[in-house]
Design a protein around this ligand. Structure first.
Ligand SMILES: Cc1cc2nc3c(=O)[nH]c(=O)nc-3n(C[C@H](O)[C@H](O)[C@H](O)COP(=O)(O)OP(=O)(O)OC[C@H]3O[C@@H](n4cnc5c(N)ncnc54)[C@H](O)[C@@H]3O)c2cc1C
Length: 123
């Protein structure tokens, strides 16, 4: 990965420390992440996770986009799906990945977020 800076900067320093911009003390030869892993079949991995979630009571509604986030008194009370079904929920978790910004806009939240994600068409 030639784009990586292999400079060794240690220990971590706060940005206002005089040493923050100091040159690297050495060069790293390798990076070992013992807790990392390699998945050569992400579709199978996602399927396995979905099956495990189902075993714990999760239900999936494939190809059914959320088109509205319903609110009452400033609180989320559920979501409406494209087929018109309304699902009530006291808590809605936004796991829409690159589309999470769009879902936040449906939920009318995110105006005060310091980090945002754009829609795929704007990336
Ligand atoms: C080309 C490419 C290659 C990548 N390669 C790697 C890699 O090799 N290794 C790696 O670790 N990561 C890789 N990534 C990154 C990885 O895919 C993402 O980090 C990961 O998928 C994010 O997971 P997520 O669950 O947050 O979002 P996603 O996997 O994007 O899932 C979001 C889901 O929300 C759904 N959704 C969105 N809006 C709505 C809505 N309104 N209603 C209902 N559902 C909705 C979408 O259909 C999607 O299924 C790659 C990404 C890309 C684009």
């Amino acid at each position: 990965m030639p784009a990586l800076d292999t400079g060794r900067h240690f220990p971590p320093r706060p940005v206002d420390d005089d040493e923050f911009f100091a040159d690297a003390s050495a060069r790293l030869g390798a990076l070992h992440t013992p807790d990392g892993g390699f998945i050569d079949d992400p579709q199978l991995a996602a399927h396995n996770l979905a099956t495990a979630a189902q075993r714990h009571g999760a239900a999936f509604r494939w190809k059914t986009p959320v088109t509205a986030v319903m609110r009452r008194g400033g609180r989320v009370r559920g979501v409406r799906l494209k087929d018109g079904t309304e699902l009530s929920a006291g808590v809605v978790v936004n796991a829409a990945g690159p589309w999470s910004g769009q879902l936040n806009r449906l939920a009318e939240v995110g105006g005060d977020f310091t980090a945002t994600s754009g829609s795929p068409s704007s990336v």
